[in-house]
Structure formats: structure tokens, C-alpha cells
Ligand binder design. Structure first.
Ligand code: NDP
Ligand code: 8X3
Length: 252
């Protein structure tokens, strides 16, 4: 039986790299995102290798998510992998300067969108059973505070706790859950975060030898291909160049 992986946010970065990695191994793909042209380009590229279904979807739109997943063709009755990847940070200003709309968008995408895809796909993952996996994109920001992380970091802390809790409720189903917690990775993430500011993007990655999307895809592929009796609960990774900054003291 061909294995299927469902990837949210496959139009760039980690999601796109995962699509390529899993296609190379012959998994069939369900790819989602809001940018239809990018989904089509990926489908055109990967269809020679495997079966590709694309869904133009905003993970924040619960009704659209429900309809799209309920309407999946019969061949997706069982899904072996869900990569809950769609997500974003908006801004890195101190909390008092932030726009509440940005905070809403991060919560709606990183928390509620991930809830929707998980809940709606659980029956298909459970139908697959032993060997199925959910990999959630948490972040070092869910473990470690840094200035300007506030709501973004809090959404990723949600992802961490939700992942651990979910494991309890899936015991006996064979479905595994992993929270992967990357640090500095080079992707459009920072263009989105800084409103398209290329100079800030360049400064974020300059000289850092940041993790690349292909590195994350390889890690997720490894997690999902562990023997079926092994669950990687969480996996935090950083580039060697990144460490902690220590406590700050404001002196009067
Ligand atoms: P990218 O910006 O490259 O990719 C983000 C993906 O999420 C895009 O495909 C985008 O697709 C999708 N997305 C965003 N909002 C929505 C939405 N409302 N509905 C559907 N899809 C959406 O970032 P990365 O690949 O780097 O990030 C992927 C995940 O990894 C995120 O959850 C991020 O928080 C997390 N992460 C990133 C790190 C980094 O340093 N880059 C480190 C740790 C975690 P589209 O715009 O087409 O909808
Ligand atoms: C993205 C990594 O360090 O920018 O989740 O928060 S960081």
C-alpha cells in the first residue's frame, strides 16, 4: 500500500522541502497552502514521481478545512503522515508596540489551524494505525523566551503541550506524535515576519550557517520512518552557531 503524507503549508520552506523528500521516497502527497500557483508548480514538478493532490486552503478557515478533508477522494481513507507545518511569526517588536491583528493571525494559524487539521485527519491516521505519525512544527521559541517572541513563542508552547497530550489520547492506536522544535532556519519565514524587508532577512541569516529547509525535511522523514514501536516525543535542533543569550538585567 502506498503511504500518504498530508502537509499543511507546502508552498515554501519546510513544507515544500518535505514534499520533495517524501515524493523521492514514493509517498503520495496531499499538499495544502493558500498560494495556488505555487501548489500547481509543485504538482507539475512532483507528479512525475508520485501521486500529488493539491488543496488551496487557509488553515484558519475551519469550514473550508472541514469540507476539503471530508471531500478527499476514497484513496485517502488512510493517511500515514500528517505534517502540521503551516505557520508564521509576524513582527519581532516588543509587546507594547504590537498590532493585535498580528497576534490574532498567529493564534488563528499556529494554534487553531493546527487544531483543525489534527482533529479532522485523526480518523484517517487512526485508520492507518501502527506506523502512522503526526509531526507538529513547534519551535525553540516554545521552549526559550527571547525579546519579541511573546505570542509567537506562546503559540509554539501550545504546539508542544498539545503534542504531548495528544499522545495520551492516541495510546493503543499506533499513531505517533512528535513536536519538532527547530531554531534558526533560513526560509521565507523571516520575510513574512519582517513584512518583506529583505535587509532584515539578510541580517537574520548573515554568517550564521542557518539550518536549511532540506535539513528539516530530512529530519521529519527520519522521524516518520522510525520503527513503528518508537515515538520521538520532541526533537529540538539549532544550527551550531546559535546558543542562548543568558539573563538580561535592567539596571537603573
Ligand atoms: P515559510 O514562510 O517558508 O512557510 C510557511 C508555510 O506556511 C507556507 O507554505 C505558507 O503557505 C503556509 N501558511 C502560512 N499561513 C497559512 C495559512 N493561514 N493557511 C495555510 N497555509 C499557511 O516558513 P517555514 O517553512 O520556515 O516555517 C514552517 C513552520 O515551521 C512554521 O510553523 C514556523 O513557525 C515553523 N518554524 C520555522 C522556523 C524558521 O526559523 N524558519 C524555526 C522553527 C519553526 P501560503 O502562504 O501559501 O498559505
Ligand atoms: C522560528 C525560530 O528563533 O525565530 O520558530 O523563533 S525563532
Amino acid at each position: 500500500m502506498t503511504s500518504t503524507v498530508f502537509i499543511t503549508g507546502a508552498t515554501s520552506g519546510f513544507g515544500e522541502a518535505c514534499a520533495r523528500r517524501f515524493a523521492r521516497a514514493g509517498w503520495s502527497l496531499v499538499l495544502t497552502g493558500r498560494r495556488a500557483a505555487r501548489l500547481q508548480a509543485l504538482k507539475d514538478e512532483l507528479s512525475a514521481q508520485t501521486d500529488v493532490l493539491t488543496l488551496e486552503l487557509d488553515v484558519r478557515d475551519r469550514k473550508a478545512m472541514e469540507a476539503a478533508i471530508a471531500g478527499l477522494p476514497a484513496r485517502y481513507e488512510k493517511i500515514r503522515g500528517l505534517i502540521n507545518n503551516a505557520g508564521l511569526a509576524l513582527g519581532a517588536d516588543p509587546a507594547p508596540k504590537c498590532d493585535l491583528d498580528d497576534w490574532d493571525t498567529m493564534v488563528d494559524t499556529n494554534v487553531k489551524g493546527l487544531m483543525y487539521s489534527t482533529r479532522l485527519l485523526l480518523p484517517r491516521l487512526i485508520a492507518h494505525g501502527r506506523g502512522a505519525s503526526i509531526v507538529n512544527l513547534g519551535s525553540v521559541a516554545g521552549n526559550w523566551p527571547y525579546p519579541g517572541s511573546h505570542v509567537y513563542g506562546a503559540t509554539k508552547a501550545f504546539v508542544g503541550q498539545f503534542s504531548l497530550s495528544l499522545r495520551n489520547d492516541l495510546v493503543g492506536t499506533g499513531v505517533r506524535v512528535t513536536n519538532i522544535e527547530p531554531g534558526l532556519c533560513e526560509s521565507e519565514f523571516s520575510l513574512v515576519r519582517f513584512g518583506g524587508d529583505q535587509a532584515k532577512y539578510d541580517a537574520t541569516y548573515a554568517g550564521a550557517e542557518a539550518i536549511q529547509p532540506e535539513d528539516i525535511a530530512e529530519t521529519i522523514f527520519w522521524i516518520m520512518n522510525q520503527p513503528a514501536h518508537i515515538n520521538i516525543n520532541s526533537l529540538e535542533l539549532m544550527p551550531v552557531s546559535q546558543t542562548w543569550a543568558g539573563f538580561a538585567v535592567n539596571r537603573s
